[in-house]
Every structure is written in structure tokens, then in C-alpha cells.
Design a protein around this ligand. Structure first.
Ligand code: HEC
Ligand code: HEC
Length: 347
């Protein structure tokens, strides 16, 4: 991953050297060398893997089946009102399309629900990276007072143990555990399920070497995405999710997003001044479907979010044509997701 970041940074340097920082109107006439662009894209992004592997939590059918049941189970919330799927609806690309989400008591949280699709590939979880992987993350919302609001682990485990079908499924999923129904095993089961939520799109066909997988205007959009410098942060198979960056390198973000409150990102966690306004660079897979955008859902329109990114992160005033090109490319990251995946499983 470090190599990837270094190569992206050197490309950035090259780009800024040839491109004095001004938008150039000749870009429309520019000849795009498809072969070169493909090779460059293969270096920057990589195809999605079939699943996101974690050596300490191998994916098995029994774990995934159990994890999916838990993911949909409202009994994991205090008043039996919400499940993981309420905020990360698998039928709507793993989000609820709301700026912020109401929890078990109807009270809103402060941050936008990111998608669970491809999240397992990110180097950390949450907008501020406070959980190291999806297994650790899965333990959080159940006990979070404004999310599922369960008072403590014991209460969660009691509800599960009261259902003999769950007890049998935990035994099948964790045959090596003396006591299969534990909070850690619950996290592992949900994590294993999330590790299967990977969504390849036509962009992966392109990365696999099929340069006809993208239409001319989509290739042009990819070219603009690369040339503009979005790739200094949005790289890797998830097109993001591999580093933290300051939101607002070139100005105060709320001036453009009209955010109602200033979230200081990782600073809230580390209290280190260098972490002020640092957020995880989100992945852009399925981005046209996962609005509203940014950590607080403050911007509902994707073109607007792209324009803001240009200004805040690259100090560029992108033209409407450039924004349209980039947005067209982002559309190639939308996958067809099997509707069966989003059907609520029966215990
Ligand atoms: C009330 C709504 C709500 C519920 C219920 C909920 N989440 Fe979330 N989820 C969020 C919000 C909001 C965030 C971002 C919070 C932050 O970054 O501080 C988040 C973050 C995540 C992330 C991190 C993704 C990324 O890109 O960093 C994952 C994975 C996730 N949730 C999975 C789950 C699972 C699994 C459950 C059930 C155990 C669950 N969530 C329940 C709202 C919810
Ligand atoms: C210097 C790093 C950096 C660069 C360059 C950058 N981004 Fe971002 N991008 C981020 C960060 C950090 C966020 C999360 C901001 C937040 O909400 O706190 C983000 C968020 C986004 C989002 C919203 C994602 C979501 O799930 O809400 C989109 C869309 C996006 N970027 C597109 C782009 C495009 C297009 C470009 C090029 C014009 C670009 N970015 C350049 C760092 C960067």
C-alpha cells in the first residue's frame, strides 16, 4: 500500500509539473492513449478481490450465514427497533440515504452512515478510523447509546442465548469455541459476512484488460479523474479507504458544505493538533448511489461534491465539463447487486 501511495504521489508531481495548475480548455481535444491510461489505472486502483480476507477470521459459510442473520436482527437493539440493515440497507447500496441516521430512540447521530459494501477493504473503519477492522467495528453500534443502545454485552448475549436456533448456529460457526455465544464471536460472524460484501462493476472489467468495458465518455472521465489529481487520495481497489487526509486542505470545509457543526475528525480521538479535520478518505465504489455526501451528509448532489473536492483538496476550480466528466467516470463504479443479497434471512 505504501508503494501505491508513493507512486500516486509521484504521478501527482509529474502532473503538476506539466500542468501549471490552470484548467486547460484544450482537454476536450486531447488525445487519450487508452493503453497507457489502462496501464496507469491498473497501477493506481486494482480490481476488487472476491472477498476481503482477514487471516485471523477466516470466512466460512456457517459464519457468513450467522453474520447475515445478526446483521438483520432488530433484537440487537434495546427496543427491538433497528438492525444494522436499518442504517446500512443492503437494498440501497448499504446506506440509508439520509444525512445522519436515527437510532433506537429516534435520536439522530452526528455522522453520515457510510456504505458497508467494500468497507472491509478499508485500512481502518469509521470516518475517523477509530476501529481497526470490520470485526472490531461491529461491536460498536450495538452498545452505542444513540445507535442500537444495548446497555452491555451481557444483555446482548442473553437475548441471543434465549433463542436455541441462534445457539445452534453459533456452535456450527465456531466449532472450536468452548462457549460459542460470545461477543467476540458475534463480531467475527458479522465481520465475516461484511467481508463478502464486495461489488465489482464494469470498471473492474476495464482493469482486467478489457478496454471496451468503458464507453468513450467514461474513459474521458477516468482520464480527467487521474489528471486532476483525485488519485493522490482516492486510490486502491476501493478507490479510497487507504489513508487519512485533511478535509479542507485549501480552506474551511463548512464554507462550501454549509455544515451545521464543525466535526474535527481524528482530532476528537487523538487530541493531536495535526489530526484536526483529518478524516479517512472514503472509498468511491457505488458513490452515485450512496448520497448524501461527506461525513455529515451535508451535500446531496454528487456533481456538487466533486466540485467541492476540487476546491478544498486540490485548490482547483473545476469547470462544469470537468465535473461532468468525473461524475460520468464515477458512474462506472456502480455495481449490479444481486437483490437476493438484500432479502431478510429467516432464522
Ligand atoms: C443508527 C444507525 C446505525 C446502525 C444501527 C449501525 N450503523 Fe454502522 N455506521 C453508522 C454511522 C453513522 C457510521 C459512521 C460513524 C462514524 O464514522 O463515526 C457507521 C459506520 C459503520 C462502518 C464503517 C464503514 C466505513 O467506511 O468506515 C461499518 C462497517 C458499519 N457501520 C457496520 C455496521 C454494522 C455491522 C452494524 C450492526 C451491528 C451497524 N453498522 C449499525 C450508522 C449505523
Ligand atoms: C487530498 C486528498 C483528497 C483529494 C485530492 C480528493 N479527495 Fe475526495 N475526499 C477526501 C476526503 C478526506 C474525503 C472525506 C471528507 C469528509 O467528508 O470528511 C473525501 C470525500 C469525497 C467524496 C464524498 C464521499 C462520500 O462517501 O461521501 C467524493 C465524491 C470525493 N471525495 C471525490 C473526489 C474527487 C472527484 C476528487 C478529485 C476532484 C477528490 N475527491 C480529490 C480526500 C481527497
Amino acid at each position: 500500500m505504501r508503494n501505491l501511495i508513493i507512486s500516486a504521489m509521484s504521478i501527482m508531481l509529474l502532473l503538476s509539473a506539466c500542468n501549471s495548475g490552470k484548467n486547460n480548455d484544450q482537454s476536450a481535444q486531447e488525445q487519450i492513449n487508452k493503453k497507457e491510461l489502462l496501464a496507469q489505472a491498473q497501477g493506481l486502483f486494482q480490481q476488487l478481490p472476491a472477498v476481503a480476507v482477514n487471516e485471523t477470521n477466516p470466512i466460512t459459510d456457517a459464519k457468513v450465514k450467522l453474520g447475515k442473520l445478526l446483521y438483520f436482527d432488530k433484537r440487537l437493539s434495546k427496543n427491538n427497533t433497528i438492525s444494522c440493515n436499518s442504517c446500512h440497507n443492503l437494498a440501497t447500496y448499504g446506506v440509508d440515504n439520509k444525512p445522519v441516521s436515527p437510532g433506537d430512540k429516534g435520536e439522530n447521530g452526528k455522522r453520515n452512515s457510510p456504505t458497508v459494501f467494500n468497507a472491509a477493504l478499508h485500512f481502518t473503519q469509521f470516518w475517523d478510523g477509530r476501529a481497526k477492522d470490520v470485526e472490531e467495528q461491529a461491536g460498536g453500534p450495538i452498545l452505542n447509546p444513540v445507535e442500537m443502545a444495548m446497555p452491555e454485552e451481557k444483555v446482548v448475549l442473553k437475548r441471543i442465548s434465549d433463542d436455541s436456533k441462534y445457539v445452534a448456529l453459533f456452535k456450527q460457526a465456531f466449532p472450536e469455541s468452548k462457549i460459542p455465544v460470545t461477543y467476540v464471536n458475534l463480531q467475527k460472524a458479522i465481520g465475516a459476512f461484511e467481508r463478502t460484501l464486495i461489488t465489482p462493476s464494469k470498471f473492474d472489467k476495464f482493469l482486467n484488460g478489457d478496454s471496451t468495458a468503458l464507453a468513450e465518455n467514461e474513459i474521458k472521465g477516468l482520464h480527467t479523474f487521474v489528471k486532476t489529481g483525485c488519485i493522490s487520495c482516492h486510490i486502491g481497489p476501493a478507490v479510497g479507504g487507504s489513508m487519512y487526509q485533511k478535509f479542507g486542505l485549501f480552506g474551511d470545509y463548512s464554507a462550501l458544505t454549509k455544515s451545521p457543526l464543525m466535526d474535527e475528525g481524528r482530532f476528537g480521538l487523538t487530541k493531536n493538533a495535526a489530526d484536526k479535520y483529518m478524516f479517512k478518505v472514503p472509498g468511491l465504489r457505488n458513490i452515485e448511489k450512496t448520497g448524501p455526501y461527506f461525513h455529515d451528509g451535508s451535500v446531496s448532489n454528487l456533481s456538487e461534491a466533486v466540485k467541492i473536492m476540487g476546491k478544498l483538496e486540490l485548490n482547483k476550480d473545476l469547470s462544469d465539463a470537468e465535473v461532468a466528466d468525473i461524475t460520468t467516470f464515477l458512474g462506472t463504479l456502480t455495481a449490479d447487486i444481486d437483490p437476493k443479497l438484500a432479502e431478510e434471512p429467516k432464522l
